[in-house]
Write a protein that binds this ligand. Structure first.
Ligand code: TYM
Length: 350
């Protein structure tokens, strides 16, 4: 059976972007593949969480994974930090990863720009320049730079062929394929398969934020969480940015409005979507009505998940058991790969 791997950083509650970008695919794939789904707690160290929060954040994501329907009898559910072999593979991959290629990744540049307080408008060479500027008191960690190598290690340690992710992970996935390929060519072996991104539909999903432009995200401060209650969801949706409405029939939707429609396409019925789409095209749209419908549909979608989250969180023993069994299974698979990797590189296999 082919292997699937994916992970989520425990930096807050799961939101609709995580669900429709990733988890929905996890639910489908767990029926047909050998799946490993993990909580990327090592990756979360790039934002330096307090030790007290490390455990509790992982616990939150574990409960939410389960509440969404990830079945520990079908998929292996584990904490990244429980599989230490990943760190060893990360070390080996880093030996053949170029500083230049890592520095050129868009997510590194974005994050480095923020951490070093470089204005967005400044020219592209600014990140490199500031990294070498001894007078800039803000530094960027080697962990952030090598984020894609750790992600590649997560994936190829189980020799995964498919990785269900949202659109924002495309570049990281490209790097993972590159590092897998590089290992094979460096050692003249056909050892690691090149992992492909998996999307539910024919193209990658990007769940938009409702606050203007861009995607929904924890750090964007625009997330609607699966654990939000109906009142909170209503408030968030009613605050969504809109405009004065179309002036001419069949006009192109500006981004803020297109985002509202994209969200409706994701959570509402086809009828509801078509109804408001027609109203828009006739210049009769009332955004207030559309938002009410959307809030209701999101609320209906989240309510049962929210209930299960609360239920599972109150069952500590169950969560501990799931994490322990998952760690054992993931460790077994990782250890098998690492034994061969060490041998290929020239080390003692065990
Ligand atoms: P993270 O934790 O940011 O997000 C987890 C998953 O949710 C998807 N996602 C979205 N999809 C569509 N629209 C959105 N608005 C949206 N927001 C988030 C992400 O694409 C992702 O699939 N680097 C990864 C974690 C990771 C990983 C891995 C993933 C570490 N190692 C190995 C796969 C395989 C990340 O930061 O995802």
């Amino acid at each position: 059976m082919e292997t699937v791997v994916s992970g989520i950083r425990p930096t807050g509650n799961l939101h609709l972007g995580n669900y429709f970008g990733a988890i929905k695919s996890f639910l489908k794939l767990q029926e047909e593949y050998n799946c490993f789904f993990f909580i990327a707690d090592w990756h979360s160290l790039t934002t330096h969480p307090h030790p007290d929060n490390i455990r509790s954040s992982a616990r939150t994501i574990l409960a939410e994974y389960l509440a969404c329907g990830i079945d520990p009898d079908k998929a292996t559910l584990y904490l990244q930090s429980d599989v230490r072999e990943t760190a060893e593979l990360y070390l080996y991959l880093n030996m053949n990863a170029g500083i230049g290629e890592l520095m050129r990744t868009a997510s590194f540049k974005d994050k480095a720009r923020k951490q070093m307080h470089i204005a967005d408008a400044e020219s592209d060479g600014s990140v490199e320049k500031e990294i070498f500027n001894e007078n800039n008191k803000h530094s960027v960690s080697a962990g952030l730079l090598t984020y894609p190598t750790l992600m590649a290690a997560d994936i190829i340690i189980h020799k995964a062929v498919k990785v269900p992710v949202g659109k924002d992970q495309e570049q990281n996935m490209e790097m993972a394929r590159r590092f897998a390929r590089r290992f094979n060519t460096t050692y003249g072996v056909e050892f690691f398969p090149e992992p492909a991104s998996f999307y539910m539909s024919d193209k990658a999903v990007k769940v938009p934020g409702l606050d203007g432009s861009g995607k929904m995200g924890k750090s964007e401060g625009n997330a609607i969480y699966l654990v939000d209650d109906e009142k909170t969801i209503y408030k968030k949706v009613m605050k969504a940015v809109t405009d004065a409405g179309p002036k001419e029939p069949n006009s192109k939707k500006p981004e803020v409005i297109a985002n509202l429609f994209t969200m409706m396409e994701i959570v509402s019925s086809k009828e509801a979507y078509n109804f408001f789409d027609e109203k828009y095209n006739n210049c009769e749209i009332r955004y207030g009505d559309m938002k009410k419908q959307l809030a209701e549909d999101i609320g209906k979608f989240c309510a049962p998940i929210r209930e299960r989250i609360l239920d599972i969180q109150s069952n500590e023993d169950y969560m501990v058991k799931v994490a322990r069994i998952g760690a054992e299974k993931a460790h077994e698979s990782a250890a098998r790969t690492l034994k061969e990797v060490r041998q290929i590189i020239g080390f003692r296999p065990e």
